[in-house]
Design a protein around this ligand. Structure first.
Ligand SMILES: *Cc1c(COP(=O)(O)O)cnc(C)c1O
Length: 387
């Protein structure tokens, strides 16, 4: 017997769009209307409150567009930069910095791990003065979360004037973020991860120091992604060019819901889902890929060679309309990544785990059916007792 299933997304972006948002996305709007400009500014203000920093520049592009914008605007040719490279997104910063002719120290971190702080300390102590330091908050390709405040302190100790530039696309809201308190200079995020919106908006948060540099330093010529122009314009009035109006209206609504939950509680919820997911996968006799510092946003697991990872993902989609993500490199072809991000809740995770157990049974993995779901429920039960 076959049922028809709802499509359910467990990939690390795009994530499910919460109810009541879709109408906003398709509303007719003129972006020069005062009412819309007010909404635009409210969005910037609410984003600042979620990030512990100043109002961001809102751009209309995916996360990578914002990553490119910050490389273009905050480096010059031959600028000395260091990039923490522990996965696909670290690699992306390396490539961007190289395309724009920076002198790149590519600091390798084995996939699945976070930087060895003693070694990083040594490299920072001996490197030439850095213009910028690039890092992910969450390396989504491995599901590792990096200890940002500690790392920012190390960078600051050896390179007081260096810009600390953080890709927080997948960590935003799922992990704690305090831009001002942690002394970060530039933090990038996007709409399609924990904010539960379609792709198309990106955010660039800047410290006072970064803003001053942007407004006074010579920089590369650029047009659409000129952050200096964009900051002046957005601070003074509204968006410089026609923005994705529907996304902005939807963003304003989503931000209200998130702020009503509160920063600390949002992180706790993500933490709980992550913990339950790890407990379930471990009980299913699967090997967690991120042994230390696992992310709150998603969990990565390596399947044994007896299980065909690609076929299992295809089966989950074709049979049950459950979308998981795979690995992002040759070495991680046996990886499954399960996101528990944004508006995904306890019962969404239970659906994902149930589907996975059915698929594992189909592919003759040996485990006791229901044990993964049971492990997750035990974590949820314990947390209810605490409350
Ligand atoms: C999703 C993601 C991005 C952005 O990717 P786009 O496809 O350009 O939106 C950047 N960095 C990380 C860590 C991500 O998870």
């Amino acid at each position: 017997m076959t049922f028809s299933y709802r499509e359910r997304l467990f990939c690390p972006g795009p994530t499910p769009i919460p109810g009541g948002i879709s109408e906003k996305l398709s509303r007719d709007t003129y972006h020069r209307q005062q009412e819309f400009v007010n909404v635009f500014q409210q969005c910037r203000n609410k984003l600042a409150r979620l990030a512990g920093g100043d109002e961001p520049i809102i751009l209309c592009c995916s996360g990578t567009g914002a990553m490119e914008a910050v490389v273009v605007n905050f480096t010059t040719p031959d600028a000395q930069v260091l990039v923490i490279n522990g996965g696909k997104f670290g690699e992306r910063f390396v490539k961007l910095a190289e395309i724009y002719s920076c002198k790149v120290i590519d600091y390798p971190v084995p996939w699945g791990q976070s930087p060895d702080l003693q070694d990083l300390d040594r490299v920072l102590a001996t490197s030439n003065p850095l213009t910028a330091f690039f890092i992910q908050a969450n390396e989504t390709s491995t599901a590792v979360s990096y200890p940002l405040p500690e790392i920012a302190r190390l960078v600051r100790r050896h390179h007081p004037d260096c810009l600390i530039i953080v890709d927080a696309v997948s960590s935003f809201i799922a992990e704690e973020l305090q831009i001002t308190d942690w002394n970060l200079d530039c933090v990038v995020s996007a709409s399609q991860k924990a904010l539960g919106l379609p792709p198309g908006l990106a955010f660039v948060f800047l410290s006072k120091r970064a803003k001053k540099l942007l407004l006074t330093n010579d920089k590369r010529p650029c047009a659409y992604f000129d952050l200096q122009e964009e900051l002046l314009y957005q601070d003074k009035s509204g968006p410089r060019f026609t923005p994705a109006t529907g996304l902005i209206l939807a963003l304003n609504e989503v931000l209200d819901r998130l702020l009503a939950i509160g920063n600390a509680e949002l992180v706790r919820r993500h933490q709980l889902l992550a913990k339950a997911c790890r407990a379930a996968l471990t009980r299913l006799e699967l090997e967690l890929f991120a042994k230390n510092n696992p992310s709150n946003a998603l969990t990565s697991v390596i399947l044994p060679s007896s299980l065909p990872a690609r076929a299992i993902r295809d089966y989950l989609w074709q049979q049950y309309q459950l979308q998981f993500a795979g690995g992002q490199s040759k070495e991680t072809q046996q990886m499954l990544r399960i996101a528990h991000l944004g508006f995904n809740d306890i019962f969404d995770l239970i659906s994902a785990l149930s589907g996975l157990e059915l698929a594992l049974t189909h592919f003759q993995h040996s485990f006791s059916i229901g044990s993964g779901v049971e492990a997750a429920l035990q974590i949820f039960t314990k947390c209810q007792e605490v409350h």
